[in-house]
Ligand binder design. Structure first.
Ligand code: SF4
Length: 330
C-alpha cells in the first residue's frame, strides 16, 4: 500500500500510522494530493488576508495586541487543507516525489533580525504566536535563538508556538526540547484532527511535555468526512484531555482555494457543538470559530455572531463589530 503515499511529504512515523490504519481511513485524505481542486466562489489563496497584514517578511500583524511570527516555511507533514498552502510546502498541485520526509530538521528559511526589530517597535503587542510552517521542525539551537530574541522584548508577555509535530513526529519531542520550551515559558498550541492520531508514541511525547510543565492547548479543523461527527470529536477531545491538552478551538475550515472537499456547511459545526455540549465536561469543549476571511480575526460562533444568512454566504460580526462574509455555499 506504500505506493499510495509516494507523492506525499510524510514522516516515517505518520506514514506507518496511515498504512496501519488502512487506505480507507479518513486521515489518509488529509495528506493525499487532490487532483480536482476547482475553486468555489469565495475561496482564496490567502483566505485570512495575511499578506495585507504583513509588516515585514516573517511577521503578520492582524490584531492590535498580537502578532504571528513565521519561523519556518517547512512542516513535518503537509496537510491538504492548509490555510497557508500558498507559502508552505510544495504547493497544492505540485507535490514532488519524495521518500520519507525526516530531513525536515535542515531548514533554509532564516528569520532576519529585522523581524525582531519590527517586533520591538510594535509596543502594543503583548502576545507572539510562533508558527510557519511548523517551528518544531527547526533544530533546538535555532528555536532557542528565536525564543531568546522574542523574550528579550520587554512588552511581549506571552509566547505561543503552533505545531503538528507531536502528532506526526513524536520522536522529535525529547526531554531537551521540552526543557527548552519550559525555560522560555512557551505555550504549545497543537494541531490534532482525529483520535487515531493519539497513539501510544504520541501519548509518551505529550507526557514528556506535560511532565516538563509545558502548557498545551489543541486546535482542530472541522473536516468533512474526517472528523465531522460527534462521536469522533468526543473521542478526540477526551483523548486530548487525558493527555493533559485542553481542546481550545474547533475551526471551521478556511475557504482556501480548492478546499470544498474538506469544508462543511457552517450549520454542521453549530449543530455539532450543541450536541457536544450535552455530552460531557465543559473542559472537553473547544470554542467553535471562524477565522474571518480577509483578516477580521477569530469569531467564536454562537447565535450572536451570525448576523445574517444569505443564499450562498453568512454575515458574521467580529470583536470590533465589523462585518465579514464567509462563503457558506456547500
Ligand atoms: S502542519 Fe499546519 S502549517 Fe503545516 S501544512 Fe499542516 S496545517 Fe499547514
Amino acid at each position: 500500500m506504500s505506493h499510495l503515499f509516494q507523492n506525499c511529504k510524510l514522516t516515517s512515523y505518520y506514514k506507518h500510522l496511515l498504512e496501519t490504519l488502512g487506505n480507507d481511513h479518513p486521515l489518509c485524505r488529509t495528506v493525499l494530493p487532490i487532483n480536482d481542486r476547482a475553486p468555489l466562489s469565495g475561496e482564496l489563496a490567502d483566505p485570512l488576508g495575511e499578506e495585507k497584514h504583513r509588516v515585514c517578511p516573517g511577521l503578520i500583524h492582524t490584531y492590535p495586541d498580537k502578532v504571528l511570527l513565521l519561523a519556518t516555511l517547512k512542516c513535518a507533514v503537509y496537510c491538504q487543507y492548509c490555510t497557508r498552502g500558498r507559502l508552505v510546502g510544495p504547493g497544492f498541485q505540485t507535490f514532488e516525489n519524495s521518500e520519507d520526509h525526516d530531513d525536515v530538521l535542515s531548514n533554509e528559511w532564516k528569520l532576519s533580525d529585522n523581524v525582531f526589530q519590527t517586533l520591538e517597535n510594535l509596543k502594543g503587542v503583548r502576545d507572539v504566536l510562533i508558527s510557519g510552517g511548523d517551528p518544531l521542525t527547526l533544530p533546538d539551537a535555532e528555536l532557542d535563538a528565536v525564543f531568546s530574541k522574542v523574550r528579550k522584548i520587554s512588552h511581549i508577555r506571552t509566547v505561543r508556538l503552533g505545531s503538528k509535530v507531536p502528532a506526526v513526529m513524536p520522536e522529535r519531542i525529547t526531554p531537551k526540547l521540552a526543557g527548552l520550551l519550559t525555560e522560555h515559558r512557551i505555550w504549545l498550541q497543537l494541531h490534532f484532527i482525529h483520535p487515531a492520531e493519539l497513539t501510544e508514541e504520541v501519548g509518551l511525547a505529550l507526557d514528556t511535555l506535560a511532565e516538563a510543565g509545558v502548557p498545551m492547548v489543541a486546535q482542530t479543523v472541522l473536516l468533512k468526512g474526517i472528523n465531522d461527527d460527534a462521536d469522533t470529536l468526543t473521542e478526540l477531545f477526551y483523548g486530548l484531555l487525558e493527555n493533559r491538552v485542553k481542546p481550545y478551538y474547533l475551526f471551521q475550515c478556511d475557504p482556501v482555494l480548492g478546499s470544498s472537499s474538506f469544508r462543511t456547511p457552517v450549520q454542521k459545526g453549530l449543530d455539532l457543538m450543541q450536541e457536544l455540549q450535552g455530552r460531557g465536561s465543559g473542559l472537553a469543549l473547544p470554542n467553535f470559530c471562524i477565522d474571518a476571511p480577509g483578516g477580521g480575526g477569530k469569531i467564536v460562533l454562537h447565535p450572536g455572531t451570525v448576523l445574517q444568512r444569505k443564499k450562498d454566504s453568512i454575515v458574521l460580526t467580529n470583536y470590533q463589530g465589523k462585518e465579514y462574509l464567509y462563503p457558506d455555499n456547500l
